[in-house]
Design a protein around this ligand. Structure first.
Ligand code: ATP
Length: 306
């Protein structure tokens, strides 16, 4: 062991104590790495003198070092147990929260009027966070109730904060489906994809999944698939070579139900992804193959991607 490692070992307890203040370092991966380093550093052969440089020479006796290492190892075990406990508590409260909110929720987001629409009279308005009124005639309005209504001033962050717990629960083993529904130009792409500087549900959700997976005590393998349902057919948007072969040559997929009631899409490509950038690249690839990518049915549709 050289002088530098000797110094590192001596300052390790202080370094670890100061790191405890930064919660983000206390991930299972971090604890595992430090435990591994400690194991490596635990002296198996006696070593007597460690010197940093000619000016600063200090000794570190084996027993002293052993005690320090053992103390840190104990601390790591205790931190690991604390982290496990905290993760379980977090998971439990998230699931209770979702149970209270209900397993199927419908939100309504009203987008701001565009230039043409702003000249027409106001036909739709919100009363509170759950009700939308639609003016169907001069003296008649209809009321629609939702789990949550986002008015035209709502931000991408407002929308995501309602969806985020559901996305997080996927990491706890729940099946989650989030979809946007509405006529052309109503704001589905804006809400789901957003703009590069104003990200929507999909990019924010992907980031949260990776963050949550890295904080978890379990190991995860995340895969990415992308398909479209168009004219009654299911088409894989990640089939290699489908761009050069042309869309017509991409075979239609079939849905199978397994004996447990699970749904499986036969031969759907699933690519293992390790970070946000990898998903972004695949998403861009798949988006270019969407049938709707080439039909600009509505001139106000954004079709832009994060
Ligand atoms: N909440 C919002 N705030 C500001 N602009 C919005 C909002 N929602 C939608 N828009 C704008 O309205 C236009 C139409 O939205 P968008 O393209 O998302 O509709 P869409 O439902 O995805 O349409 P299509 O089904 O044709 O793809 C876009 O220019 C988009 O930027």
């Amino acid at each position: 062991m050289d002088g530098q490692s000797g110094k590192t070992m001596q300052s390790l307890p202080d370094t670890l104590s100061s790191l405890k203040g930064f919660n983000k370092y206390l991930t299972p991966g971090w604890i595992e790495s430090v435990s591994h380093i400690l194991k490596e550093l635990t002296p198996t052969k006696p070593h007597k003198v460690m010197e940093e440089d000619t000016q600063n020479v200090f000794e570190c006796h084996d027993t002293e070092l052993d005690i320090k290492v053992a103390k840190i190892q104990d601390e790591m075990v205790s931190l690991g147990a604390q982290l496990k406990q905290k993760t379980l508590q977090k998971r439990e409260s998230l699931n209770n929260y979702l149970d209270l909110k209900g397993s199927i929720r419908v939100f309504c987001r009203m987008r701001p009027f565009n230039h043409e629409e702003s000249y027409s009279s106001r036909t739709m308005f919100t009363l509170d966070e759950s009700n939308v009124f639609l003016k169907v005639a001069e003296t008649k309005t209809k009321q629609y109730k939702f789990d949550k209504v986002f008015d035209p001033c709502s931000t991408q962050g407002d929308v995501f904060s309602e969806v985020e717990p559901v996305i997080k629960s996927a990491i706890d083993g729940y099946n989650v489906c989030i979809f946007a529904y509405g006529q052309t130009g109503s704001g589905k792409t804006f809400t789901m994809e957003g703009k590069p500087k104003d990200l929507g549900v999909i990019p924010r959700g992907i980031q949260v999944l990776f963050d949550r997976a890295s904080e978890s005590n379990s190991r995860f393998q995340l895969t990415f698939s992308m398909l479209e349902i168009y004219m009654g057919n299911l088409r894989d948007l990640l089939v290699p070579g489908s761009k050069t072969n042309g869309l017509k040559n991409v075979p239609s997929l079939s849905i199978k139900t397994d004996p447990d009631g699970g749904i499986e899409i036969e031969n759907l490509v699933a690519v293992t992804v390790n970070n946000f950038q990898e998903v972004k690249r695949l998403y861009g690839l798949g988006t270019r193959l969407r049938s709707t990518a080439s039909t600009m049915a509505n001139s106000t549709s954004s079709r832009s991607h994060w």
